[in-house]
Design a protein around this ligand. Sequence first.
Ligand code: ADE
Length: 232
Amino acid sequence: MNKIGIIGAMELEVDTLKARMSVTARTTRAGMEFFEGTLGGVPVVIVRCGIGKVNAAICVQILADLFQVTHVINTGVAGSLNAALDIGDIVISRDVIHHDMDVRVFGYPLGQVPQLDTLAFPGDETLIRLAMDSCEEANPGLHTAVGRIVSGDQFISDKEIKNRLITEFHADCTEMEGAAIAHAAYLNGLPFVIIRAISDKADDSAEMDYPAFEREAAGHCARLVEVLVKKI
Ligand code: ADE
């Protein structure tokens, strides 16, 4: 039987889904509150992990060990690295890379975790397809792309850094948890998908745009996730 772990970094990324689920148990671990129950009749565990890659990785490990989830979905917002992706649009992870992992001095490509057999963590193909199918149903007419997500412990709000991420990784958007979630899911053999809506352009306008658009963008993802869990 499937049990789906749904992670958001911030409360506004999970509050709508939590309000719509039927909760049977609440458990606190590592300062995170895990809400167990059903969403649209499907067994889920919904949790706010907090910001950044360490929180995100710890959260996945708890979902794997304590709750034995079968799938991991990360919902939230991101900064666009692709001129074709505007505020509100959605990116579904084809793959995910740590943009701040740099061991090039020992011959590893930028982003590669030493001694791991992959540079980019691939999203689960079935989850990607189902997420694409869900999007039109959840957010009719919204532009949705399957693309590369890069993550680091940095809010990107500088055009030069943005351009470097585009040149080095050919990425479509950037955020602060996806690669850690993907990495931890990969190590645990769990299928995952990262679903992010664009809240800003990751450049000098990000500081203004992010607070203005984060709730609206997060809502696009939450609607998609609610439809998606029923298709898994
Ligand atoms: N999440 C949303 N926008 C972001 C940005 N510009 N950088 C990192 N994480 C983000």
